[in-house]
Ligand binder design. Structure first.
Ligand code: XMP
Length: 521
């Protein structure tokens, strides 16, 4: 489906209007998470019964509407793997640079793959030491390779055992590989592969076409995981590999530099800019869509109707909304711009639906509690991007730090001074890509409490979202978007919503006192 025209979908899309948010807009008042709650509605739905499926972009589905932020203290391969296993998607940050981003991407895509359609192969005449060096350089976390000859014909297989037990690294692959292993034909289903692998007691099963060319490979651990239903909640691509996205900037070389990723099945690219309603973003979006028409492109960040419509017209498959609402952001106070998040999401969702665009919105920034996910979706988002919530988890880059007897991890803004000094991509994100030595930061650097496993965090967030949907009477994310009725609350209402008149002695896993208050205690 093309994003260039509102298309025939126009008649099917209900105008997205929330009278309560409209009233505020009519007075030119913008609202954020803490200004509103969602009213309860008649419900026949139990939290355990709701369906959390949604979309990050037109063709990129989610089994839970959660996206990990493209930040250097949040999403590298470990986070991207875990969030996809929890049903969401991770966006690998762009400060990595092309080579490292590609290697992080491979680590996610090759982490789990029932059917690898384009396995990484080695040549039979390669030296063992060269293969081991390639494996180290590319960051491959696996050591089974199908072997091909000069004409790309499949001739054997080499595994971790062969490398370990070979002794001489100057030998060639041909000397240590297993020749003529059991293979399957093209089109062999996962069920067929499962049976054959058991019968033949084989942990890898290459697929070979009639002319002897390698056409794919099944790997036992993943086949077994898929067959046993253990991967039911994983967010997988059509080849049963984990979904993953990458963030890119707006320099002119982006469309070509995506080729390597696209060849290996990149699911989505996110054009990552603090000002998504700009010529550079729109030109980059158009150029990527021209070169890679079937690759989903999410563009952002924006917070106005006009911006949403122009990105839609330029072909965006997803739109990221949020300017300055993030926990580490100072854009709103430094530059004086931006729009509180609930209103920003709402007006973009309304504008898109009115114009007949079926383009998912990702609400980016400002989420602190699971209830905020309910609010963002109720205001029109299809997913939320999480930075602070996931920062401090085991799967984020960086070490655990001791500070005043507590454990923390570093979390910093991509527009923080440290990030800008270290990364050209950071400078470009904030339009400061000249040869400056001094920067005008739009973010801060700080510490967040160490939080342990991401799985635990997501469990609570998904649980809270399910609970909210049960209260609203929404069985699906789309119903939550449509049925949520907002009510504005006052400062007193907000105080009432949080625990009060009690000294919390045991923090539950889904509620914590703001970190600055912990420091004061
Ligand atoms: P949370 O609230 O989840 O927000 O920590 C994460 C989002 O904040 C954005 N971001 C920034 N915005 N200055 C900004 O104005 C910054 O330095 C900065 N760093 C990240 C980004 O959209 C992220 O997903």
């Amino acid at each position: 489906m093309s994003g260039l025209q509102p298309s025939g979908a126009r008649t099917e899309i209900m105008p997205f209007v929330k009278s309560e948010l409209e009233e505020a807009l009519a007075q030119n008042i913008a609202l954020t998470f803490d200004d509103v709650r969602v009213d309860t509605g008649y419900s026949e739905i139990l939290p355990s019964e709701v369906n959390l499926e949604s979309r990050f972009s037109r063709n990129v589905g989610l089994r839970a509407p959660l996206v990990s932020a493209a930040m250097d203290t949040v999403t590298e391969h470990e986070m991207a793997i875990e969030i996809a296993k929890q049903g969401g998607i991770g966006v690998l940050h762009k400060y990595l640079g092309h080579e490292r981003q590609l290697s992080e991407f491979y680590k996610v895509k090759f982490h789990l793959h029932a059917l690898i359609t384009k396995p990484i192969t080695v040549r039979s005449n390669m030296r063992i030491s060269d293969v081991l060096e390639m494996r180290r350089r590319e960051g491959y976390g696996f050591n089974t390779f199908p072997v091909v000859d000069e004409e790309e014909r499949f001739v054997g297989i080499v595994t971790g055992n062969d490398f370990e037990l070979c002794g001489e690294s100057s030998q060639t692959i041909k000397d240590i590989m297993t020749s003529n292993p059991v293979t399957g034909g093209i089109g062999l289903t996962i069920e067929g592969a499962y049976k054959l692998m058991i019968e033949e007691k084989k942990k890898v099963l290459p697929l070979v076409d009639d002319s002897g060319i390698l056409a794919g490979m099944y790997v036992w651990s993943d086949v077994q995981r898929v067959m046993s239903g253990k991967s039911d909640k994983y967010n997988l691509d059509k080849d049963k590999r984990l979904m993953v996205g990458i963030a890119v900037g707006v320099d002119g070389s982006v469309p070509e530099s995506l080729d390597d990723f696209v060849r290996q099945g990149l699911d989505v690219v996110v054009i990552d800019s603090a000002h998504g309603y700009s010529k550079k973003v729109i030109d980059t979006l158009r150029a990527i869509k021209r070169r890679h028409p079937s690759l989903d492109v999410v563009a952002g960040n924006i917070s106005t109707e006009d911006a949403a419509l122009d990105l839609a017209k330029a072909g965006a498959d997803g739109i990221k909304v949020g300017q300055g609402g993030g926990s580490i952001c100072t854009t709103r106070v430094v530059a004086g711009i931006g729009c509180p998040q609930i209103t920003a999401v709402y007006r973009c969702a309304k504008a898109l639906s009115r114009a007949g665009y079926d383009i998912p919105i990702c609400s980016d920034g400002g989420v602190r509690y699971s209830g905020d996910v309910v609010l963002a979706i109720g205001a029109g988002a299809h997913s939320v991007m999480l930075g602070n919530v996931l920062a401090g988890a085991d799967e984020t880059p960086g070490e655990v730090i001791q500070h005043k007897g507590r454990q923390y991890k570093v979390y910093r803004g991509m527009g923080s001074e440290g990030a800008m000094k270290e990364s050209a991509a950071a400078r470009e994100r904030y339009g400061q890509d000249g040869n400056q030595v001094k920067f005008v930061p739009e973010g801060v650097e700080g510490l967040v409490p160490y939080k342990g496993k991401v799985e635990k965090i997501i469990f609570q967030f998904v649980g809270g979202l399910r609970s909210g949907m049960g209260y609203v009477g929404a069985g699906t994310i789309e119903e939550l978007r449509k049925k949520s009725r907002f009510i504005r609350i006052t400062q007193a209402g907000r105080a009432e919503s949080h625990p009060h008149d009690v000294l919390i002695t045991i923090e539950p896993p889904n509620y914590s006192v703001p970190v600055e208050d912990t420091e004061r205690r």
